[in-house]
Design a protein around this ligand. Structure first.
Ligand code: GLA
Length: 820
């Protein structure tokens, strides 16, 4: 809801939050409050506004002495350069005379439908959030004018009541005669009263995305940014800011994100006055945008959320926002198919025969989609050539992608294909024909990454060519799924043939061009399920998710490492957006061996698939895979679209946070991963434990749920566990009547025919017990006591717990009552 009181107090409310700002006496736009919902009637403005009777010592004082204030000790909706606010500005414009001082004051406001703000984004080729068809949601547009009348600044606020999110964006319009230059325009600014703040951001690199990092900021400035041209695996744009004692389930937490896929910067900064400024937007180091008379520049959309229910509360808000207001199209809530991807099964060594064998196995196992990854086009036998040449490699595929696709579909599978449309190899017909289409400074040697260059998507002719090439590939292959990859960071930012003064536009212009191409192709092929990828999660952001409903979360398919990565994603992104595959053991990135059941547990928390050579697996593993596929299909809707909760590690995140003020927890949290996914109606849930490291004689673990209905009665049981006898090593002799030599012929033979039964967990309990006390699980094996009452719980073991409501028969109950 948007309330405007006395024409100068703006109160934006969502279901649980309030956002309040006002027009100051000199026309300044002053921020007053963002947090738990408040009532601002009865002259709340007077209570909230900062009082001034004198200037702060050496601070600059605003120029109207009747309405004095010190700009660096105020909370602003947007901070500017040159008039005494010494914190980083939200906007930096270079005027005709070279100066940067800016004074934007209130001019007007307008309440509009969110759909009208969407139109502004569409015009600018930017992705954006949206409200459901019909556009019930409301937005506020505030127009500020620069005192010299040469520019306007428009601020948009979209209010999403259902998920406690307010999105913001800013637009500068050049109203003067001369060209001006935008060097910085943040999407959102949030000034708040605080003298300490815990910042949580997510960092990493290839195969190590989304490592959660905490910093306690008491002064100075924290910066989270990406500079490689993508939203990056180094620093994801999703950041949380909390009171230091905030825990998983309690405490005030703010979060920001950005609907953008390029270089971004988030910062938290203390000036000298117990106020913290949070900014997010395009990284100003990569923005220099000349704006001619009459032109405007719109920032990407920034996303703001608040919860007083700790990190869990923020994750609930973010998940709902992404699902409801970012992901769109046919696949928004459509169950995603179980796929087999050829990459880790065969890498570049593919052929029609090999792929068909794999696909046949996949179909036999009950999988639904076969994806041919890299290596099918041009002369692509390794990563050194052919990107850009999107024609069939007839040596590998004599019948082309068309023939292969037909044969795959005849097996009853959908067909998917891999492309990397933004790239070109020097060794390609495309580059030989159009060397000027690569992002490349002709006066320098070009630095390559993975032997490839980036196509200059800021050029119309390049975009048109790629749209036509991709359309041809998608039509020719009649594909149902596309994996859209992007495998290098930017270097040598330069648009060949462009003017010197326009070169500063390229990093952003590239991203706008990319969005134009993605928009055209997703509109043209609405049935295709698109999956984003950038060497895994090098471009995992809300911009991509506005076109593609899911993204390959990481090239690291190791189940143990994935727990940390997926844990990181889970803070800001719902599990329906991150895909996860079962791959070979030993794993190809870490060489770690993990049981198939563990790989299933971990991959089934995300959008599930397989990526290994099924043809070489022993029959007992194929049998297990068939079971997994069955289980996943039965649970798929809940696993993909249910409510995902983190339950904390061995020393639970919760208790550790309480003692440590929220620090030192990440490591412990990931040695034991506990999660639960609960159906929307709370009638069913799947619980998970993954043990990364065994701690001997740590016998008892409980499984305490979150999100079940306190009143409902549930059946709690574990997925049946069977052990390979070889895992007991020579302890097998404790059970065997005859001596078995470890790893000897007999050991291997017994292992083929005899599996050991694992523990049974089987309980009936109320939701209140499960949510508050939790189930005390069977004791773990610690040197002795193996049997059905013992959990053999070595390194890398996992368990899945099915929790289903038992519908009580009201007639039976009343009969029981009568008997009493
Ligand atoms: C990237 C992707 C992988 C795979 C390869 C193919 O690394 O992340 O999943 O598609 O490219 O070259």
């Amino acid at each position: 809801m948007i309330d405007i009181i006395n024409e100068n107090l703006f109160h934006l409310t969502t279901s649980e939050t309030s956002y309040v700002f006002t027009v100051g006496n000199n026309g300044e736009l002053l921020h007053l409050y963002y947090g738990q919902k408040i009532d601002v009637s009865a002259n709340g403005r007077n209570a909230l506004i900062q009082k001034w009777s004198h200037g702060n010592a050496c601070s600059v004082v605003s120029d109207d002495s009747r309405h004095m204030l010190c700009p660096d000790d105020e909370k602003w909706e947007m901070g500017f350069m040159g008039k005494g606010d010494l914190r980083s500005p939200a906007a930096e414009v270079i005027w005709k005379n070279g100066g940067t001082t800016a004074e934007f004051v209130f001019e007007s406001y307008e309440i509009m439908d969110i759909s009208e703000v969407c139109d502004a984004f569409k015009k600018a080729s930017l992705p954006h959030s949206y409200d459901e068809e019909g556009g019930k949601g409301k937005a506020l547009k505030i127009t500020l004018k620069e005192k010299t009348e040469c520019a306007k600044l428009i601020l948009y606020y979209c209010v999403y009541d259902d998920c406690d999110v307010i999105t913001r964006s800013s637009e500068i319009v050049n109203c003067g005669q001369a060209t001006i230059k935008i060097n910085n325009l943040a999407s959102l600014q949030l000034d708040m009263d605080a003298d300490v703040i815990k910042v949580t951001s997510f960092h990493g690199d290839w195969a190590r995305e989304m490592e959660k990092c905490d910093v306690l900021l008491t002064g100075g400035k924290f910066v989270n940014e990406s500079r490689g041209g993508n939203s990056s695996n180094h620093s994801n744009p999703f950041v949380m800011y909390a009171e230091p004692g905030a825990t998983e389930s309690a405490g005030e937490v703010y979060a920001t994100n950005l609907v953008y896929s390029g270089n971004h910067r988030e910062s938290a900064e203390f000036g000298g006055h117990a106020k913290c400024r949070i900014l997010t937007g395009i990284d100003p180091d990569f923005l220099s945008w000349p704006l001619k008379k009459g032109e405007s520049f719109l920032s990407p959309e920034g996303v703001l959320s608040f919860s007083d229910k700790g990190y869990r509360g923020i994750s609930r808000n973010e998940h709902k926002f992404v699902r409801e207001h970012i992901v769109r199209g046919e696949w928004k809530y459509k169950e995603r198919p179980i796929l087999l991807n050829s990459w880790e099964a065969a890498y570049f060594k593919i052929s029609e025969g090999k792929l068909l064998k794999l696909a046949k196995e996949a179909a036999d196992c009950g999988m639904e989609l076969f994806v041919m990854d890299d290596g099918w086009f041009g002369k692509r036998d390794d990563d050194k050539s052919s990107l850009g040449d999107w024609y069939d490699n007839k040596e590998k595929l004599p019948n082309g992608i068309k023939g292969l696709s037909e044969k795959i579909k005849a097996l009853g599978l959908m067909f998917g294909i891999w492309v990397e449309p933004e790239m070109v190899n020097a060794d390609s017909d495309l580059y030989r024909t159009h060397p000027d289409w690569a992002v490349k400074d002709p006066d320098r040697d070009h630095a390559e990454g993975r032997d490839q260059m980036i196509l200059d998507f800021s050029k119309r002719e390049v975009r048109e060519y790629i749209i036509s090439q991709m359309s041809d590939v998608f039509e020719r292959s009649n594909c149902d799924y596309v994996k859209w990859d992007m495998n290098r960071n930017f270097s040598d930012f330069f648009s060949q043939g462009g003017k010197a003064e326009d070169q500063g536009k390229l990093p952003h212009a590239y991203i706008l061009g990319l969005y134009e191409v993605m928009e055209a192709l997703t509109q043209k092929f609405p049935h295709i399920l698109f999956e984003g990828c950038a060497s895994g999660g090098n471009r995992f952001d809300l911009g991509i998710l506005s076109y593609f409903p899911q993204i390959w979360a990481s090239d690291d398919t190791d189940a143990v490492a994935r727990c940390t990565i997926q844990n990181g994603y889970s803070y800001g992104y719902p599990q329906s957006t991150w895909s996860a595959h079962i791959s070979a053991s030993p794993n190809h990135q870490t060489l770690r061996r993990t049981p198939l059941a563990t790989r299933f547990a971990v991959a089934s928390m995300g959008v599930f698939g397989y990526e290994l050579n099924l043809c070489d697996l022993p029959s007992e593993e194929i049998k297990e895979i068939k079971e997994e596929v069955e289980i996943y299909k039965k649970w798929r809707k809940i696993l993909q679209f249910g409510d995902f909760y983190r339950l904390g590690g061995r020393v639970t995140q919760e208790s550790f946070d309480r003692y440590s003020g929220g620090f030192l927890s990440a490591r412990l949290d990931t040695t034991l991963t506990r999660n639960i996914i609960v159906s929307k109606d709370k009638s069913e849930a799947m619980g998970y434990i993954v043990n990364a490291e065994i701690h001997p004689n740590y016998s008892h673990t409980s499984f305490r749920t979150v999100g079940l209905d306190d009143e409902k009665l549930y059946h709690f049981c574990n997925r049946e566990v069977k052990y390979d006898i070889r895992r007991m090593g020579d302890l097998v002799n404790m059970l065997s009547p005859i001596h078995i030599k470890q790893d000897g012929v007999l050991h291997n033979l017994v292992a083929r025919f005899k599996k050991l039964d694992g523990e049974t967990e089987d309980y009936v309990a109320r939701g209140s017990l499960l949510n508050n006390a939790g189930v005390n699980l069977t004791q773990t094996f610690a040197g002795s006591g193996f049997g059905e009452n013992t959990r053999l719980y070595a390194d890398f073991e996992a368990r899945m717990y099915e929790i289903c409501e038992i519908r009580e028969d009201p007639l039976e109950e009343s009969a029981d009552d009568q008997k009493k």
